[in-house]
Design a binder for this molecule. Structure first.
Ligand code: FES
Ligand SMILES: [Fe+2]
Length: 358
């Protein structure tokens, strides 16, 4: 069995979920887009009405990837013999059979199609086979397009599996090392937090309301408002890191993690911000905010790539954890339960205090 197929098959219950295949901007009107999810290539294209469609990226004639072809008349056509596919996967047109003309009825030949949902500037695909009424809902980004808030996406390749990326984002203790001077510096203080675990969710509420997280406080919090910091993991592939400084100001990092390969993920981070300044000026600041968030993002990308090297040198059969890693352990347990189509053990569910030193 090839490694890609193995990765897909091992995902088991995790396939019955929605994943982001690309941003709306990446999926052009007349060009196919090749996405990889759990090692499988999927071709996306736009129908005549602009709506997105997704098929397994393989021609049913001789197997050539459809993403190497073209988009014509709302169909994706194979570069080898020109077979064209419509959004439901049926072959709409075979030049050697139909000549120049589209037949009235599509051919019975069919490639697997995936259900697609485009919202909040990204294209989600449902990878599983469950009927609509048994699927989880597509995640609605809570701050995208909200009045007063501005948003943009950072799309990055991380050398880590979905759980490792989610752990990295849900992890405060790394910030004083990996982002030293950029985001948070060592305080020598203990931080108290509350962790709440639900069957598909982990929420950590931090109680360090006066912590200086160094996100341009002169801009984000000139009035010294109490800081609300909350990190959430929404299974299987979403993290939401929220900082709020009173009602007029906040900065939110909503990451949508798509597994590409065993040690690789594509992460779509929607950064939403609201500053206590006129919106037009806040908008003009977007390139600077984007540059700052990319510095921090690249530091995480670098440390995960170092971790990958470490693991490739010697696979870890067991990783040791401390009390500050409670959120990481909980999110891995949730992923494990979903993978095996099981319920999360009741002993993990509930609210608990958590403390660590930074
Ligand atoms: S391989 Fe695709 S048309 Fe022949
Ligand atoms: Fe980080």
């Amino acid at each position: 069995m090839c490694a890609q197929t193995e990765f897909w098959d091992n995902a088991k219950g995790l396939l019955e979920e929605w994943y982001v295949a690309c941003t709306s901007k990446e999926l052009k009107k007349d060009q196919p887009f090749a996405a990889t999810l759990y090692g499988k290539k999927i071709v996306l294209f736009r129908k005549k009405d602009g709506r997105a469609a997704a098929l397994l990226d393989q021609c049913v004639h001789r197997g050539v990837p459809l993403s190497d072809g073209k988009v014509k008349n709302g169909c994706v056509s194979c570069p080898y013999h020109g077979w064209s596919y419509q959004a439901d996967g049926h072959v709409a047109y075979i030049p050697s059979v139909n000549g120049k003309f589209f037949p009235e009825k599509p051919h019975p030949f069919k490639q697997r199609s995936f259900d697609v949902c485009e919202q909040d500037g990204v294209v989600w695909i449902y990878l599983g086979e469950k009927p609509e009424n048994q699927r989880p809902a597509v995640f609605k980004l809570p701050f995208y397009d909200q009045p007063g808030w501005l948003s943009y996406y950072m799309v990055g390749k991380y050398d880590g599996e979905m759980g490792a990326v989610a752990q990295n984002i849900m992890d405060v203790t790394h910030t004083i090392f990996v982002h030293e001077g950029w985001f948070r510096s060592e305080s020598g203080k203990a931080v108290d937090a509350t962790i709440e675990v639900e069957p598909r969710k982990v929420v950590v509420e931090y109680h360090d309301h006066d912590a200086d997280v160094g996100m341009m406080p002169w801009l984000t919090n000139p009035h010294g408002a109490e800081q609300v910091h909350r990190d959430s993991f929404i299974a299987p592939n979403i993290t939401l890191v929220e900082y709020h400084w009173g009602e007029p100001s906040g900065m939110v990092f909503n990451s949508l993690i798509s597994p590409v390969g065993p040690y690789e993920s594509r992460v779509y981070t929607c950064v939403s911000y609201k500053f206590p300044i006129p919106k037009l000026i806040a908008k003009a600041l977007m390139p600077a905010v984007n540059a700052y968030t990319w510095v921090v993002n690249n530091q995480d990308i670098k440390i995960l790539s170092a971790r990958r090297k470490g693991l490739e040198n010697m696979p870890m059969t067991h990783s040791h954890s401390v009390r500050g890693d409670m959120a990481h352990i909980a999110l891995e347990k949730i992923l494990d339960a979903l993978r095996h189509d099981q319920q999360l053990a009741p002993s993990f569910i509930g609210k608990r205090p958590m403390q660590f030193q930074i």
